[in-house]
Design a protein around this ligand. Structure first.
Ligand code: UGA
Length: 439
């Protein structure tokens, strides 16, 4: 078993660290934030992720997992150091690599034995060649360092499961030594491993995420056409899904993709293409479709209503998808400001995301309208004039047409996730609009 250090304790770093400990490695997770380290030592994950706290507690108690702000002690005699720090999007769409550079320098200045540095963060193609050179330039001790690319494919909300049961592990290395060491680290997971060079590994991550984003935008484009020609996008998707070449996943039309990855990675690949004098037309289209899709329901509702001013508007779901408290690029963030600007009185419900959302839009008067955070769906719907569904949480899916009919003053629903039956709504007399289906 190996001695592993992990830099960064966000979704990628923490889940990697915890699962490496779970399969028997000795892991130290490094973060600059003292409070976060204290929290993790007490067995509490700083991110909301099913099953993570339990694994943290179990492996910490077993002495296989620890947390520290002292990177020197963690890095100096590690066999492998995994980098899971963020690469946020910059204004021009490119990835900000300053966190990667900071850690790379710390690594170079501290390691005292031969070490494999593994970059899990999503980085532009060619970055890891530069990281290799950068570490080499700043090395203090006479040791061997090899940089490997090992992109992460976990989804938020099912991160632990996705890591333990990944469809594949991608390892990108430039030497047999690095390849063997990384293969051995992953051996206990018993998962398929695809071993390629560093640049291909970096590209696999972007190409995979952007393909999925493209798939969603394609279905949203088809959904919009379905509405115009009298077809039903869910039936269309079902019909398509039997073709194994298409597959059944990621065919759900909706209110656009959000999260920290698809929006960022589509823009980053578009940027990489432009930097190389190439126009990636498919991905540009995926980005454009997504931008319009985020406010498609709002536009639909605006045509139906004279005004939102003075209307009680229920908003169900704020996070970019269920099972996470993450609001990054969530459709709610595109729609709530529009509704507030138009004078809506919003009653928002989200099982975990409300507190975070209130940091952007504090409770009370907001511009021309107001926002109130409520603790259940019923309170959000009570006496409502309009309801928007932005996230398909279980609690939201469980709302029946009768509840809409009985709780709201005027049951007018705009469902961005296609979670209810059009026929059931019609039968009860609820006015119901969704994406790519007939009203
Ligand atoms: C995504 C990828 O699915 C992971 O494989 C990848 O590792 C991760 O990005 C990353 O790069 O770190 P994630 O952002 O957690 O994972 O979320 P997804 O479940 O993929 O959903 C992304 C967005 O697409 C959500 O807003 C979701 O609502 C939307 N979506 C998804 C649809 O609109 N339709 C679908 O059929 C599927």
């Amino acid at each position: 078993m190996y001695k592993i250090a992990v830099a960064g304790t966000g979704y990628v770093g923490l889940v990697a660290g915890v699962t490496f400990a779970e399969v028997g490695h000795h892991v130290t997770c490094v973060d600059i934030d003292e409070e976060k380290v204290k929290l993790m030592k007490s067995g509490v994950s700083p991110i909301y992720e099913v099953g993570l706290d339990e694994l943290m507690q179990k492996n910490y108690a077993a002495g296989r997992l620890d947390y520290t702000t002292d990177y020197e002690s963690a890095y100096k005699d590690a066999d492998a150091i995994f980098l899971g720090v963020g690469t946020p999007e910059q204004a021009d769409g490119s990835a900000n690599l300053s966190y990667i550079a900071t850690v790379a320098r710390q690594v170079a200045e501290t390691i005292e034995k031969d070490c494999l540095v593994v970059v899990k963060s999503t980085v532009p193609v060619g970055t890891n060649d530069k990281v290799q050179q950068f570490i080499q330039d700043f090395l203090i001790h006479d040791v061997k360092v090899e940089v490997a690319s090992n992109p992460e494919f976990l989804s938020q909300g099912s991160a632990v499961h996705d890591t333990m049961h990944a469809a594949r592990i991608i390892i990108g290395t430039e030497s047999k030594w690095a390849e063997d060491r990384l293969m051995e680290i992953y051996e206990p997971f018993q998962l398929p491993i695809v071993s390629v060079n560093r640049r291909s590994a970096e590209m696999i991550k972007y190409a995979s995420n952007d393909f999925l984003a493209l798939k969603i935008s394609y279905m949203n484009d088809i959904a919009n056409l379905c509405e115009l020609v009298g077809a039903d996008v869910q039936d269309v998707a079902r019909g398509m899904s039997f073709d194994e070449r298409i597959g059944s996943k990621f065919l759900n039309a909706g209110i656009g993709f959000g999260g920290s990855c698809f929006p960022k990675d589509t823009k980053a690949l578009d940027y990489i293409a432009r930097q190389n004098g190439y126009e990636l037309k498919t991905i540009k289209a995926a980005i454009d479709v997504n931008k319009d899709q985020k406010t498609a329901l709002y536009k639909k509702a605006s045509k139906r209503l004279i005004t939102f001013s003075g209307l009680k508007v229920a908003v169900l779901g704020l996070t970019f998808k269920p099972g996470t408290d993450d609001l990054r690029e969530a459709p709610s963030l595109d729609n709530v400001p529009l509704l507030l600007e138009q004078g809506a009185d919003i009653y928002a419900y989200d099982p975990v995301g409300a507190e975070h959302f209130a940091k952007f839009y504090p409770e009370g008067r907001n511009g021309n309208g107001s926002i109130t955070y409520v603790s259940n769906v019923e309170q959000a719907l009570k006496d409502g004039n309009v309801c928007f569904v932005f996230t398909e949480w279980g609690e939201v899916k469980a709302v029946t047409p009768e509840m809409y009919k009985n709780l709201m003053r005027t049951p007018l629903i705009y469902d961005g996730r296609n979670i209810y039956s059009v026929d059931d709504m019609k039968e009860v007399g609820v006015e119901y609009y969704s994406i790519g289906r007939q009203a």
